[in-house]
Structure formats: C-alpha cells, structure tokens
Design a binder for this molecule. Structure first.
Ligand SMILES: NC(=O)c1ccc[n+]([C@@H]2O[C@H](COP(=O)([O-])OP(=O)(O)OC[C@H]3O[C@@H](n4cnc5c(N)ncnc54)[C@H](O)[C@@H]3O)[C@@H](O)[C@H]2O)c1
Ligand SMILES: [Zn+2]
Ligand SMILES: [Zn+2]
Length: 376
C-alpha cells in the first residue's frame, strides 16, 4: 500500500514527508494502523548521525501505538482489531537473552539498525521510486501504517488512550526502568535524576514510586525543573555543580545512592561529574546517549575502585517489553503513573520538524504525533 512517512535522506537535514510503499505482512508479521507516535530524543540522534543506521533513507520513529489491521501467516498472539504498543526493543521470548530474563537484550535486537525485517531479511518499506527504506529499530512509527514483526508489538487494553500508550514504546519503560530496574532504587535512598525530559520524568516517577527519600532533579531548563517538582521531585537544580553542595548537605556528605542520567546529549567526558555526586558503592545509571560512534567515557579510577562505585549502562531501562508495558499501563489506569501530563503538545505528521525544534528548545516533556485521516 502507498502511504506517507517522515524520512531522513542525509544527516543534519530536516525530516521530509514522502510517499512510501509498505509491503504486506509476511510470516510472523502484523500490519498496524498507527494512531500515535512519541517523539523521543533518540530520533534526533538519528538525524545528527549520533545513532548510525545501515543506510539512507531512514524512516524515523521508535515508540507508538495503533490497531492491528492485518496479520501474517503463523501469527497466533494477535488478531485484527487488537490495540498494540510498538516497542523499540523486540522480544521473541525464545532466544538465550529472553530466556535469561534479559528481554531488553533480545537477540532480535541485534538487527535493530539494519533496517531489514527480522522475519526474512528483506525490506518491507520502499520509497515511491523503489529504494529500500531503513525503519528505525524495526519499526518506523513516523508513518500512519507499519508492518512489524510480532516480537515488536505488545497487546494492550482498548480503553487506554493511544497517545498515552505510545509513550510506553520507549520513554516510559526506559525512564521508569532506569530507576526501578537498572538503578534498583530502594525505599529511603537518595536519587538524582540528571535531565528531566521525557525519559527523565519517567525515571523521576520511578524513583518516587520506589520510595526514594530525596529525589533531586537536575536540568538547565527552568520550566523542566518546575514540572519535575510537580511530578514529585523534592529539590531541583540547574546543574550538577549547583546541586553538589546541597546534595552533600542533604545526605550528610554521602551523596546519592543512585544517579540516573537521562540528558539528551551525553558526552563521555561528563561521566566523572555524574560519578562525583554518586555515593560510595552507589550506582550511576547511564541512559542518555550521544554520539555513539565517537564518545568515550572518562572515569577516575580512584573514585571507581577505592569508593566502589558502579557505572551501569542501560537499554530500555532493563525493562521487559511484554511484561512491563501492560503493567505500566495498569499503573497509569490506577492513577499511580502520570503519563498524560508528560504529553506537552500533539502534532500532525507534517509538523514533525516543529515538534523536534520544541524538544530542543526545552518546550516539551514529550511531543506526540497524533495521526488523523489527513496524514494517511
Ligand atoms: N538507553 C536507552 O534505552 C534510551 C532510550 C530512550 C532514550 N534514550 C536517550 O535518553 C536521552 C534523553 O531522551 P529524552 O527523549 O528524554 O530527551 P529530552 O530532550 O526530552 O530530555 C533531555 C533533557 O536533558 C536536559 N539536559 C540537557 N543537557 C543537560 C545537562 N548537561 N544536565 C542536565 N540536564 C540536561 C534537557 O534540558 C532535557 O530536559 C537521549 O539521549 C535519548 O537518546 C536512551
Ligand atoms: Zn526512545
Ligand atoms: Zn529474544
């Protein structure tokens, strides 16, 4: 079928809305009519080349929600009409990583930036002139229709608003899991969240729900700090330098048991600064990304070894898509997880560049593309 998509033709050029051709679902695949897609910072890394894909053009978007429109051969877990979240991490349930309880490291994820369908290693999406299109993380949610492997989809209840569900494809589980799984925040601990955008606000909620004592939000944007206080932060500062003295006072010099770093553009040389506000034997969780090809982490050896600090990288917050996404949505329904207030603005597909500019200008916690008939 012919539809539209937001494509990148080269790095550092705006998103372009182009006609694309989407193939029929093959074995183990499903076709989705998209309703909403979240605008995560990682797609901006695609644009700058910080996250490299195997080729151009790239169809962006790696979190979203929609309705199953068609199922391919051999699909047993989904039927037409099901509501689904599209998870940027596929989980097959069968590979050694999935069996080991590390579904966020599912072996299907090894193909994540290749652009080819994991089902048969061919391209499901083409441009109008027939070139293959590389979809972000086996998805490409910046198009009103998609064909994906069933491992990338998670069935959800039909009463959940699509724009809320969309954020559960990446931002919510990544942030919440960065605190609760990768960071393993315990009751009474002191936690700093560095960067309170989409992922950071979910991390902040994870720390609050886990019973942290002090939840310290650090972000240079004043409006983000005000929002963080509404989401349950106990303190907010513009920079680590500004926060360090107060953190020392609040914690009798021990600093934070957990530091969750979700800044938009991570530079490896800054890691020591974040390790500096991490307590002895504490853990600094690195969720934010930067130029994945060039940035190297600098660490002070004495701080790491003599103070027994931990540096923990994380993908998808260590969360398990098929288990955690429905659970997070039940927490939303119970009023325990505030996803609605994280959606600052909604856009049409052709407003995508405006949406990303708003993110870079610090005007959004999360922007969401809400598809209408006009976009299809
Ligand atoms: N590891 C993963 O699995 C994973 C998943 C999703 C997103 N990410 C990454 O997480 C990062 C955040 O994504 P997002 O969508 O929340 O982005 P975002 O732009 O919404 O949020 C980033 C926040 O960091 C703040 N910030 C910038 N520089 C800072 C600094 N020096 N100190 C403190 N705060 C600073 C910004 O003001 C903003 O509020 C991105 O790098 C993204 O690619 C990683
Ligand atoms: Zn993301
Ligand atoms: Zn797997």
């Amino acid at each position: 079928m012919k539809t539209k998509g937001a494509l990148l033709r080269e790095n550092n050029k705006p998103w372009e809305i182009e006609e694309i051709e989407i193939g029929d679902p093959q074995r183990s695949e499903i076709k989705i009519r998209m309703e909403a897609a979240g605008m995560c910072h990682s797609d901006h890394h695609l644009m700058t080349g910080g996250i490299p894909m195997a080729g151009f053009p790239i169809l962006g978007g790696h979190e979203g929600a929609g309705v199953v429109e068609e199922v391919g051969e051999g699909v047993t877990d989904f039927e037409v009409g099901d509501h689904v979240v599209l998870s940027f991490i596929p989980s097959c349930g069968k590979c050694p990583s999935c069996k080991a309880g590390l579904a966020n490291l599912c072996d299907f994820g090894a193909m994540l930036l290749q652009g080819e369908a994991v089902s048969d290693n061919t391209f499901r999406i083409h441009t109008a002139s027939g070139e293959p299109v590389y979809p972000m993380t086996l998805l490409g949610t910046f198009s009103p229709y998609m064909v994906v492997h069933e491992a990338s989809a998670v069935k959800i209840d039909k009463d959940i608003p699509f724009e809320v569900a969309a954020l559960c494809g990446c931002g919510i589980p990544t942030g919440y899991g960065s605190s609760t799984r990768s960071g393993d925040v315990r009751p009474g601990e002191d936690v700093a969240i560095v960067g309170v955008g989409g992922v950071g606000t979910a991390a902040l909620q994870g720390a609050v729900i886990s019973g942290a004592r002090n939840v310290i939000a650090i972000d240079p944007v004043e409006w983000k700090r005000e929002q963080a206080m509404k989401f349950g932060a106990t303190h907010a500062f513009a920079s680590v330098e500004e926060a360090a003295m107060s953190i020392a006072e609040l914690t009798n010099g021990h600093m934070c048991h957990k530091v969750i770093v979700t800044v938009g553009e991570v530079h490896g040389k800054d890691v020591d600064t974040w390790m500096g506000i991490t307590a002895k034997a504490g853990t600094c969780v690195l969720t934010g990304m930067g130029n994945m090809m060039e940035s190297e982490v600098t660490l002070n050896l004495a701080m790491l070894t003599l103070l027994q600090k931990n540096l923990q990288g994380t993908i998808f917050g260590g969360a398990n898509p098929k288990l955690d996404i429905p659970q997070l949505l039940s927490m939303y329904r119970m009023g325990k997880l505030n996803i609605e207030d994280m959606i600052t603005r909604q856009y049409r597909l052709d407003q995508i560049n405006e949406g990303y500019q708003d993110m870079l200008d610090g005007r959004n916690i999360r922007g969401v593309i809400r598809y209408t008939d006009e976009d299809r």
